[in-house]
Design a protein. Structure first.
Length: 131
């Protein structure tokens, strides 16, 4: 879709997969909780977002995540604030285990959302498309 630099140190490349049913966000550089939350803003402002996409994949395999002590609570707050738009969307994360630990914890603390971590892009695509 387009590349958007969010800070001097990070960039997110957007594209679609699965015949346009999946929004793919590839994070590069140093990523903070603010980067992740801000990456959702253009899509949450799109009134047809939840009808347009079956799921969203956040690929963290090419970035460094700058965790802070409030990381998980900020993700939980973000999900709750946007629950009307995100409840029906499958959210997958890709990366090695230290990078996607936040997704595992978010999944445990927010079981009503479809948040699942994966090691490969294909596994995430298959899960979103129910293949």
């Amino acid at each position: 879709i387009r590349d958007i630099p969010y800070t001097i140190d990070s960039t997110i490349e957007y594209s679609t997969l699965g015949d346009g049913q999946i929004l793919y966000k590839e994070y590069k550089g140093v990523v903070t909780i603010e980067t992740i939350i801000n990456s959702w803003k253009p899509f949450l402002e799109d009134k047809g977002f939840d009808e347009k996409y079956k799921g969203v994949i956040g690929d963290f395999s090419k970035c460094k995540i700058d965790f802070n002590e409030d990381f998980l609570s900020e993700i939980t707050l973000f999900l709750e604030k946007n629950k009307d738009r995100l409840k029906e969307i499958k959210m997958a994360t890709i990366g090695d285990s230290p990078k996607i630990t936040f997704a595992l914890r978010a999944q445990i603390e927010n079981p009503s959302y479809a948040i699942t971590p994966f090691a490969t892009l294909q596994a995430a695509i298959d899960w979103i498309l129910d293949q």
